[in-house]
Design a protein. Structure first.
Lengths: 160, 292, 420
């Protein structure tokens, strides 16, 4: 047992961890931030994607103790000026959400991409979400949504 | 897994003390993308883990007059982003960019890729082709070794229990020297290499091959050099016929090495194309100006 | 008339919860005092099996280990009750459930699962459905391995082939496919008064309720199934996985019990798409009119029936593809083997057969020297067509238009010229 400090979504948590816990386990089982999903446990599916120090990582491939001293953002910390983040709004509008299990990770990959590259091409969007599997949509709606979100974030009007 | 102690260190010295104390019972963790799976499958059972991903010294890439030095905790994403590597060392950048997915590249490190010595590790072939040297440090001793000698077998590296891989270095490329890389996987993202090949060429003025190093991944128990093919190509004129013959020679080697494996029928043919792509890119790279 | 929904872009009702990470899948449920369950699964495909749980029971944190002896009525299954909740004597495929450990922590449950001593007495298995159909093949269940035979007869195929100008034959195989829905199975069950509540992601809450009640021999109203958010299913959540295990665990221990499958366990626990072997013979006259078709389709349902009958019937019904043929003879079979069991998956048997009938169409077109689009247009279903099963298609058959549009969109004519 070890006590660590974790900074998640701007809030500092004192949390007791087992040494062999993954960051994913702490987020879910200890902090009950269950928006971060486990789909495979080996870095293939990206359902556990979080942002750590401004880059995306799979929370299943980070040990809990390695999270100390990092700035961690989970889906619970993604918000817009009013309520929804423009990425979340675009996902809803474009039908990019079906079963929803990939959605939190997908939104975070999209966020990390758009934070670094505000005007990605469709190819860059596809590359940006290449570590996130979706079994429902076939990806096109997700790419559309991220494209639309980039327009929202740049303050542009969209066609609709 | 029964891990009792975990350490996040900020300096090499402290890390070496921990390694010296725990010896084989401690595992070094950086990106964790290989180790955490091994821990969960019970393939590794350390009692201590030491995280080196916060040691600034290990996260630097340095350029000196003659050498490029890459810290062992440098991530693939970092390598992809270094502007002075994009030109003469585009092949190394390409190999780094072909690893896993954005999430994996953000975490996984070049040192981890080397020390885990997976047969399919993507960065090993270009580093072997560059004849890279690994720098290993333990308390009071620093030693250097050719990467080729460091990787001994599938999943095995000549790293002592109290030793830390601190950096990988290789000589900068000059005009008429070039590096090429090509990879074959089942899909674009998250594909473990079926074949990856890197070729380094040093070209003479008369378009003959002064020196050549060919390294393959996923075509043996670990990343390895194709010395017989190299010998064969030495002093040959670098033209289409040579590239073609080199491919045939490599096919013969692979056929011998993978004899009896289910993949041999496919790989012995596919390797020709992968090799030729890497070879052509290496030749193009020879033409590229700039000293890196 | 103005339609409110059709043609409008509607935001799905559960979209907001999902896009904010608040949607609750069963693994996201945490209740006070909950304990954890872990399944012991067979590592052999066909074997008599004996368990010794004594050492596992001694492990600290273990509350109870459930085996077949704890199940009042040890059977379940969507069509036939050929699944056992826990195998009593014999395992029929890798992944079959043998026991369910209930413990105070996941780690303790995992340790105990590893500590259960399993003695396998291996029996010869059968993994090829063609072999399995033979009389002397090892029997997966007590009766023969041929679970179902569907016959479709229209006209006189045998006679019609003799009148055909061209006949092509082919053998086609499709492989086993997993749904790989992104959310691995998980569930939480607890007591609410004297009712057992099972929270799971399922395609059939009402049917799960019935299966749980039957297995536990409890009245239907004492079982409540709550369907949580479902992280993809595609047919793979139609059969029971952990629902009965959890309900039984609650009945025996009185405690809330949670279980979460790993990706690997998920692959072992749920159904697959039926691999099929298809023999096709199709004939046409020189004008390009389809005259006769004969097909034999063998579906490997693995160790359990699940929906095999419906799937292989559908494969048989759709065997002609969307083409009018006057003389048809189809035989489709569902066959038990010791492979992972097959069940429902998107398309339900209708997606395997196009591999066969469409390749047949291409080969016939080539022989007849008619381009494959024209050949399809000549024979495809239209309003008024009669299918092989005798159904008259009375309205809305826009296949012709669809084929024409696709041909246009892909520049078919131009590409065909380039290819010739």
């Amino acid at each position: 047992m070890k006590r660590i400090q974790l900074k998640v979504n701007g809030k500092v948590y004192e949390v007791d961890i087992e040494e062999d816990m993954r960051l994913l386990d702490v987020l879910r089982d200890k902090l009950h931030l269950t928006g971060t999903k486990e789909g495979c446990g080996e870095g293939e599916c990206g359902a556990c994607t979080i942002i750590m120090d401004e880059t995306t990582v799979n929370a299943c491939m980070v040990m809990a103790f390695q999270g100390e001293g990092k700035e961690i953002i989970t889906i619970e910390g993604v918000k817009g000026d009013h309520d929804l983040h423009p990425i979340q709004r675009a996902f809803l509008e474009e039908g990019a959400v079906q079963c929803g299990f990939c959605t939190p990770g997908m939104v975070l990959s999209a966020k990390a991409l758009l934070d670094q590259n505000p005007s990605p091409t469709r190819k860059e969007i596809r590359e940006g979400i290449s570590g996130n599997l979706c079994r429902c949509t076939g990806y096109n709606q997700i790419v559309n949504a991220i494209e639309k979100a980039s327009q929202y974030l740049r303050g542009e009007e969209t066609k609709e | 897994m029964e891990i009792k102690e975990v350490f996040q260190t900020k300096e090499i010295k402290k890390t070496l003390e921990i390694l010296e104390y725990y010896q084989h019972q401690c595992k070094i963790i950086a990106g964790g993308t290989d180790l955490i799976i091994q821990l969960r499958e019970g393939k590794e059972k350390p009692i201590a883990l030491v995280d080196i991903s916060n040691i600034e010294e290990l996260k630097e890439v340095k350029e000196t007059a003659e050498w490029i030095e890459i810290g062992s905790a440098v991530t693939f994403t970092q390598i992809i982003g270094i502007s002075y590597l994009q030109n003469k060392l585009a092949a190394l950048v390409e190999a780094a960019a072909s690893v896993g997915s954005p999430q994996i590249r953000n975490a996984a490190t070049i040192g981890g890729n080397i020390c885990n010595a997976s047969p399919a590790a993507d960065c090993i072939p270009p580093l072997l082709a560059l004849d890279a040297i690994v720098v290993l440090q333990r308390k009071n001793i620093i030693r250097e070794m050719h990467l080729e000698d460091f990787i001994t077998d599938k999943g095995k590296a000549a790293l002592e229990a109290d030793e830390l891989l601190t950096k990988i270095k290789f000589k900068k490329l000059q005009i008429n020297q070039g590096l090429g890389f090509s990879k074959l996987g089942f899909r674009k993202a998250l594909a473990i290499s079926k074949i990856s090949t890197a070729v380094y060429i040093d070209r003479e003025q008369n378009n003959r091959c002064k020196e050549i190093r060919i390294a393959n991944g996923a075509l043996g128990r670990c990343g390895l050099r194709e010395k017989k093919v190299e010998e064969y190509l030495l002093e040959k004129t670098l033209d289409k016929t040579t590239i073609h013959q080199g491919g045939i020679k490599l096919k013969e080697e692979i056929e011998k090495r993978l004899h009896g494996r289910s993949t041999v029928a496919f790989k012995k043919e596919a390797v020709i194309g992968v090799f030729q792509k890497a070879f052509k890119k290496a030749l193009e790279c020879c033409d590229t100006e700039g000293s890196i | 008339m103005k339609l409110e929904i059709v043609g409008e872009n509607v935001i799905r009702v559960d979209g907001l919860a999902k896009v904010t990470g608040k949607a609750t899948y069963p693994q996201d449920l945490y209740v006070d005092d909950m304990v954890f369950g872990k399944t012991l699964r067979s590592k052999k495909p066909h074997a008599f099996v004996k368990l010794d749980i004594s050492k596992a029971e001694e492990i600290s944190g273990v509350i109870k280990i459930l085996t077949y002896q704890d199940v009042p009525n040890n059977h379940h299954g969507v069509l036939f009750k050929d699944h056992q909740v826990f195998c009593s004597k014999k395992v029929r495929s890798i992944g079959d459930s043998l026991a369910f450990v209930i413990a105070t922590s996941e780690k303790a449950a995992e340790k105990a699962v590893a500590a259960i001593e399993v003695t396998y007495e291996e029996i010869e298995g059968v993994f090829d459905p063609i072999e399995a159909m033979k009389e002397k093949a090892p029997k997966v269940h007590d009766d023969g391995n041929i679970l179902y035979h569907y016959k479709l007869r229209k006209g006189d195929a045998e006679n019609a082939f003799e009148k055909c100008d061209v006949v092509v034959e082919g053998e086609y195989k499709t492989s086993m496919v997993d749904h790989a829905f992104l959310q691995p199975e998980a569930g939480l069950a607890y007591k609410e008064g004297d009712t057992i509540v099972v929270c799971a992601a399922t395609q059939y809450p009402h049917f799960d309720q019935l299966e749980i009640a039957e297995a536990l021999q409890l009245p239907l109203e004492k079982i409540k199934v709550i369907n949580t958010a479902v992280g993809g299913a595609f047919g793979g959540r139609e059969d029971i996985t952990m629902q009965i295990h959890l309900a039984l665990a609650v009945k025996v221990t009185g405690k809330p019990v949670k279980t979460v499958y790993s990706r690997q366990e998920s692959f072992e626990a749920h159904s697959k798409r039926h691999p099929m072997i298809m023999y096709y013979k199709t004939g046409a006259d020189n004008n390009g009119k389809l005259m006769a078709m004969e097909a034999k389709i063998i579906g490997d349902t693995g160790a359990y029936a699940s929906w095999a009958i419906n799937v292989l019937r559908k494969a048989g019904v759709h065997a002609t593809g969307p083409y009018e043929i006057s003389n048809v003879k189809v035989d489709s079979y569902a066959v038990y083997t010791n492979n992972p069991f097959a069940g429902a998956m998107r398309g339900f048997g209708a997606v395997q057969v196009p591999i066969g009938h469409e390749q047949q169409m291409d080969m016939l077109a080539e022989k007849l020297e008619i381009d494959p689009i024209t050949f399809r247009l000549m024979n495809c279903f239209k309003v008024g067509s009669r299918t092989a099963t005798g159904q008259v298609l009375e309205e809305s058959i826009p296949l012709q238009k669809c084929i024409e549009e696709v041909a246009k969109a892909m520049d078919f004519e131009q590409k065909l010229e380039g290819a010739v």
